[in-house]
Design a protein around this ligand. Structure first.
Ligand SMILES: Cc1ncc(COP(=O)(O)O)c(C=O)c1O
Length: 391
């Protein structure tokens, strides 16, 4: 039976596009580069997350990139603790900032870094913990937050694939020193491409605004900070003081309009995704698959399927059955599995050290995900579970 199950359904709707068309049809034509809609979306997102400041950029990877670049200027070069299971840009941003990534394995119930392993990896060179809230799960624990505070180590949250996940009722992304989101179409909500940096820190907010736009000091939202830069460089044109080696990762008004249109639907869609995932797990065979995920506070846009045992023939049969039923899936979960196996990571880790991350290694070979979107019905989820349980 064909289930015809795409990995993701675009969550930009007809209504969103109509709103965009109405915006574009204005006379005189609207400005399309970053302007009032970008600012309005930043404000709306800050309110939704529960943070003071947001900076809209052109992708989640760009949010990672400028967060790590600005962090390096704040704390200096050192080690950043990162997960073995994450997206490439979480590691790329660290190494491009000249920081050393220190890898930590994940907790199988949250697919995010394990608290005890993080604490064991901390050294006197540790500058930050870059937590990926993987696949919709909250990765934080009170023990981790307490220890990081005690040791004065910054927490940066990557919430690119977990919009709406919570820890003790507070949104992930509002807890660390800074956080990143992605609005790529595969995620909980989309602005075509897009990302956000969030923080409660005024100086970091100012720095991030500079990094977003060529490192130019006139991008600071604060008159006093702007004046300090001008006073420090009296021989430079105040309009063109390039303080940081910044980038241009701005988004556009089109992204701003789509963000404002999509945000009111996010909570409703997230509720459906949560219900879908809970129902999926209740129907999945606990003898064959891991079903004891930490559901509390999670909002998954994917059904994670992980074999309990290292059973190659069963895994192959399942993949074959999925292909035959036209169900799209991605092996290895977030980022395709163990990041330490990726060619670009090899210069930063010891040869063959991917074996030291057994939970991620298991998912690399015996895990995959299937899309979870609001439109799914229980009947369809039943059919998928039947296929998985019987393959
Ligand atoms: C955890 C994580 N970080 C960063 C990114 C990068 O986001 P983008 O695709 O918007 O560049 C992704 C993308 O899937 C992600 O899952």
């Amino acid at each position: 039976m064909k289930l015809n199950w795409p990995l993701m359904v675009d969550n930009i709707t007809r209504e969103d596009l109509d709103r965009l068309v109405a915006f574009l049809s204005q006379d005189p034509p609207p400005r399309l580069t970053q302007a009032s809609n970008v600012i309005a979306f930043e404000k709306a997102w800050a309110q939704w997350v529960g943070v003071k400041h947001c900076v809209f950029v052109n992708s989640g990877a760009s949010a990672n990139l400028i967060t790590m670049a600005a962090l390096k200027y704040k704390v200096g070069v050192g080690e950043v603790i990162v997960p073995s299971l994450t997206w490439s840009s979480d590691i790329v941003s660290v190494v491009q900032a000249g920081m050393q990534p220190v890898f930590v394995d994940i907790n199988p119930r949250t697919l995010s870094m394990d608290t005890d392993l993080i604490l064991a990896a901390i050294t006197d060179k540790t500058k930050a913990v870059f937590m990926t809230h993987a696949q919709g799960f909250n990765g934080l624990t009170q023990k981790l937050l307490d220890e990081l505070e005690k040791r004065n180590i910054l927490l940066i949250e990557d919430v690119c694939e977990s919009h709406g996940a919570t820890f003790k009722g507070k949104k992930c992304g509002a807890i660390g020193f800074a956080s990143n989101f992605s609005f790529y179409f595969a995620h909980h909500m989309s602005t075509i491409e897009g990302g956000m940096v969030c923080t409660n820190d005024d100086q970091f907010y100012s720095d991030i605004r500079l990094f977003r736009s060529h490192g130019m000091t006139r991008e600071s939202p604060y008159e006093q900070i702007k004046q300090d830069y001008i006073d420090a460089e009296p021989e430079l044109n105040p309009e063109f003081i390039f303080w940081f080696p910044g980038y241009n990762v701005r988004n556009t008004e089109i992204g701003g309009v789509l963000g404002l249109s999509g945000l009111p639907k996010l909570d409703g869609n997230n509720k459906k995704r949560y219900d879908n995932f809970a129902y999926f797990l209740s129907k999945l065979s606990p003898d064959r698959f891991q079903t004891d995920f930490a559901l509390e506070g999670s909002i998954n846009y994917a059904f994670n399927v992980i074999l309990k045992d290292k059973n190659d023939p069963m895994f192959d049969r399942i993949c074959e059955a999925l292909r035959a039923a036209n169900v799209e899936f991605r092996r290895g979960s977030a980022g395709g599995g163990n990041m330490l196996r990726q060619p670009f990571v090899r210069p930063y880790v010891e040869d063959g050290s991917y074996w030291e991350y057994p939970v991620t290694e298991h998912i690399h070979f015996y895990g995959f995900y299937v899309g979870n979107y609001p439109e799914l019905t229980k009947e369809k989820i039943d059919q998928l579970c039947e296929l998985l349980n019987n393959a």
